[in-house]
Design a protein around this ligand. Structure first.
Ligand SMILES: NC(=O)c1ccc[n+]([C@@H]2O[C@H](COP(=O)([O-])OP(=O)(O)OC[C@H]3O[C@@H](n4cnc5c(N)ncnc54)[C@H](OP(=O)(O)O)[C@@H]3O)[C@@H](O)[C@H]2O)c1
Length: 247
């Protein structure tokens, strides 16, 4: 497909959900993919499946809480494929809970993975893209990056932060011809509800997803749309929801 074939795409959180389906969609369309996540077995299996089908994929165990590991993921991609065209900062968790339940470890992980992980992805990709005066950094926010509801204060804060960081980046990288996109989905059927640790909300979250969530294809199609645009078109945000999702 135009503007996807031959592109090198680095994906964090590639072991499941959006990251996994994105790797599949992209490689089917001729992109070369570098898969990062903590679950080595899952990303190695996915890389093998892609390579067995004639695609090109590498797997690099990556915890986005560790900036050196994120740099290694990007550097391995550049070493293997010669460049990086797209950085998809996708890894994230959604440990929803009311603040009064004081799930402080969840707050720390959510901030470290969802905000600092995205910053580390930007730090790893930017020097390569600046040098080439080309590239696209795609950060995954959420409808929760536009809204707030009881139980989502910290998660929403991280997703608002992703949008703010992305807009700041967009303005700063103009001299380097780098494009920046935010993809902000609503409820989509992935492993994400499994990251809720608070028993007082996990049942409601699972029920909400069961009733409302749409297929992860929706994310892959939005991603393909953003990446396949010509170089003078900068898709800055795609915000979408299930048709039946109210807030
Ligand atoms: N599904 C939705 O409804 C929805 C809506 C809006 C936004 N989002 C966002 O979409 C992104 C992807 O989530 P998903 O829905 O695809 O959920 P998912 O199926 O649970 O996938 C999350 C991915 O993030 C990875 N991850 C978690 N912690 C990590 C860490 N410390 N280092 C590296 N990778 C890590 C996981 O891999 P490992 O566990 O193997 O590390 C997994 O591959 C997240 O940022 C999420 O907030 C999802």
């Amino acid at each position: 497909m135009e503007n996807i074939e031959g592109k090198v795409v680095v994906i964090t959180g590639a072991s499941s959900g959006f990251g996994k389906i994105s790797a599949e969609y992209l490689s089917e369309r001729g992109a070369l993919v570098a898969l990062g996540a903590r679950s080595t077995d899952k990303i190695e299996k996915l890389a093998k499946e892609i390579n067995d089908k004639g695609g090109k994929a590498i797997a690099v165990t990556t915890d986005v809480k560790d900036k050196d590991q994120v740099k290694k993921l990007v550097d391995e991609a550049v070493k293997e494929f010669g460049k990086i065209d797209v950085m998809l900062n996708n890894a994230g968790i959604m440990p929803l809970s009311p603040l009064e339940n004081l799930k402080i470890e969840d707050w720390d992980s959510c901030i470290d993975i969802n905000i600092k992980g995205v910053l580390y992805g930007i730090a790893a990709a930017l020097p390569h893209m600046k040098e080439k005066k080309s590239g696209q950094i795609i950060n995954v926010s959420s409808v929760a990056g536009h809204t707030i509801s009881p139980g989502s204060a910290v998660y929403s804060a991280t997703k608002h932060a992703v949008r703010v960081i992305s807009e700041g980046l967009r303005q700063e990288v103009k001299p380097y011809n780098i494009r920046t996109s935010i993809i902000s989905p609503g409820a989509v059927d992935t492993g994400l509800p499994g990251s809720v640790t608070d028993d007082s909300v996990s049942g409601n979250v699972k029920d909400f997803y069961k009733d409302t969530a749409i297929s992860a294809d929706s994310f892959a199609r939005a991603l393909i749309y953003a990446i396949s645009q010509p170089e003078d078109v900068d898709i800055n945000e795609i915000l979408y929801r299930p048709t039946k999702q109210k807030l």
